[in-house]
Design a protein around this ligand. Structure first.
Ligand code: FES
Length: 583
């Protein structure tokens, strides 16, 4: 019976991945949608002033509805407050240009925007002012061109800030390289169209402004407010600007106080494989790496998204602060949730001396994150390795055309790979006319051993089928050899740049390769170690066991040799039946 603790509450699971940055992103997305609808509205100016006013009706209906208001203003407040929080929280300012630009533009937006927002929205709400595009264009281009220039600046600043934010968000998504050209086109084209539309209608308004009645109407108190109302709106704007400036100064002061406090609390030692550094308590490991110019991968810039800053803690990790919900979520995503020695350097703020090893090379980039939904930081585990090799390919290359040789090898590898995948294993590497398959990366040793033997049987079946086609076409049949061995090996992502791949290293893998070589001498299709054979639960007396010496090993290896790989299927079935009868 399923107990309550076994039920996977998906929404709660998703909520674990939500942190401050996710909230900031969600609020930023709402603001970006607002900007988008504003830009589209401006772009309608390329058609006519009436089209702009018509579009404004939709814009207002959306953003001045209760739902639009509930989304827009809280998002504005939260996004702005979290921007100040980011300014406080970030310890180290050796940022990339895009990050600095995004922060500087983001901090300037509230100051630039408040005049427009207070005039256009608060004026309507408090005094019922009748605003429209014609009036706004007149005010910004003819009456107060200085405000017009500021308004142009704010829409561009907000747009660039939003685009950089979207870029940082999406670039770690696997689909990003595909949609990036379209997004770039929209990011460049839309503001150009919007500014062009606005500019076109300045001409229209200039013509209309030649008529005194139109001018009188556009400047009437019903539209721009009385002198007292305008003065009140201006006071509100000045009050907001003062409060905002005070908030920034308070954040900077808090940073200074924190720095003094950190110095007072003392330093800790961080030991990397090649150096030891001393840093104040409270710094994240990634910030410490930055500060001391230690090369350290950090594709998302320390936002707890990419996992490329992952480190292994050497020695005792009990005294470390527990991972936050966000860090735990990301670690789980990369398959390191159960390993307390793996942490994210950008999230871990140690308070005691620590020895660490960065798990990824410092130069990994977004392509690595795209390629690895689930990375392997490196671990020791029991894995069954199976080498499958095609016999006679050298002779084939000498006798046949290159095309025929490649065709035959590809068909062979295809047949073997299908068998491996069908049995539940993973094709790990293609090695010329052979391949390495791994079993047990996600399963227990007994399952891994049985899967490997099952795969060997299926390789034989698939190759037999292939040979029937080859014989009918007048080709020579394919022969093969398989070596299988299991044991504790190191598994993890290994390589450089874009060429990082998951693989297994260790003596057990080498022995499997040797066993495959020996199948020629032993005149059999499969040479499997006695250990794998026994763990799979096959009958002890079904196949004789032989002790053979393997190159690079002092002690002989007990091996079972199977002349016909297909016979393994019957043995596995038999052992299943025996096990079922015993139950
Ligand atoms: S730098 Fe991206 S998760 Fe730490």
């Amino acid at each position: 019976m399923t107990t309550l603790s076994q039920i996977n509450f998906r929404p709660f699971h998703l909520a674990r991945g939500v942190g401050v940055r996710q909230v900031r992103l969600a609020c930023g997305s709402v603001l970006f949608c607002y900007l988008l609808s504003h830009y589209i509205n401006h772009a309608l100016g390329n058609i006519s002033l009436d089209a702009m006013e018509y579009g404004l009706g939709f814009h207002i209906a959306l953003w001045q509805s209760w739902i639009g208001t509930l989304l827009l203003y809280p998002s504005f407040a939260i996004h702005g407050a979290l921007g100040l929080w980011a300014l406080y929280q970030r310890r180290y300012f050796r940022w990339k240009i895009a990050e600095v630009t995004q922060l500087a533009l983001g901090l300037s937006i509230p100051a630039l925007l408040c005049t427009h927002l207070i005039g256009e929205r608060l004026g309507v709400t408090l005094y019922g002012l009748q605003r429209g595009y014609a009036q706004a264009i007149y005010a910004l281009s003819i009456a107060r061109p200085d405000l017009g220039a500021m308004q142009t600046a704010v829409v561009l600043v907000a747009w660039i800030h939003g685009c950089i934010g979207i870029y940082f968000w999406l670039r770690l998504k696997r689909f990003f390289p595909k949609i990036a050209p379209v997004l770039l086109g929209v990011a460049v084209l839309l503001p150009v169209l919007a500014l062009l539309g606005f500019y076109q209608q300045i001409k229209t308004v200039e013509r209309l402004a030649l008529e005194p009645e139109w001018r009188a109407d556009i400047q009437s108190p019903a539209r721009i407010g009385t002198a007292a109302e305008r003065a009140n709106l201006e006071r509100l704007r000045n009050g907001f600007l003062l409060a905002y400036a005070a908030a920034i100064i308070a954040v900077l002061a808090a940073r200074g106080i924190r720095r003094i406090d950190e110095r007072r609390r003392g330093m800790i030692r961080l030991t990397y494989p090649d150096r030891t550094i001393r840093v104040p308590k409270g710094l994240s490991v990634l910030e410490a790496s930055y500060r001391h110019h230690v090369p350290h991968a950090s594709v998302c810039g320390g936002k707890g998204r990419c996992s490329t800053c992952r480190i292994r803690i050497l020695g005792d990790h009990d005294g470390l602060p527990r991972p936050s919900a966000r860090e735990a979520y990301v670690l789980e995503r990369i398959g390191a949730g159960a390993d307390p020695s793996v942490r994210l350097a950008c999230q871990l703020r140690p308070a005691t001396d620590l020895a660490i090893v960065p798990l990824l090379p410092p130069h990994v980039d977004a392509a690595f994150v795209h390629a690895k939904g689930r990375g392997h930081p490196g671990e020791e585990r029991y894995v069954v390795s199976m080498f499958v090799d095609m016999r006679g390919s050298t002779q084939m290359a000498a006798d046949q055309l290159p095309f025929d040789t490649v065709f035959a090898i590809n068909r062979f590898l295809g047949a073997a790979s299908r068998a491996v995948m069908q049995a539940g294993g993973k094709v790990n590497q293609y090695l010329g006319d052979g391949m390495l398959a791994l079993f047990g990366v996600d399963s227990n040793p007994q399952t891994a051993c049985r899967q490997a033997l099952d795969a060997a049987a299926m390789v034989a079946v698939n190759i037999a089928q292939l040979n029937r086609q080859f014989t009918a076409a007048g080709r020579d049949p394919i022969r093969f050899g398989i070596g299988i061995n299991g044991g504790e090996v190191i598994v993890g992502d290994i390589g450089y740049g874009d060429h990082i791949s998951f693989t297994a290293l260790g003596d057990a893998v080498n022995v499997a390769a040797r066993l495959q070589d020996l199948t020629k001498e032993l005149v059999c299709q499969v040479a499997v170690s006695d250990e794998v054979y026994g763990t799979a639960g096959l009958p002890d007396d079904a196949v004789p066991v032989t002790e053979i010496s393997v190159r690079g090993r002092a002690a002989p290896v007990a091996v079972r040799t199977i002349v016909d790989a297909e016979s393994l299927a019957a043995m596995l079935k038999g052992s299943d039946a025996t096990a079922a009868a015993a139950e």
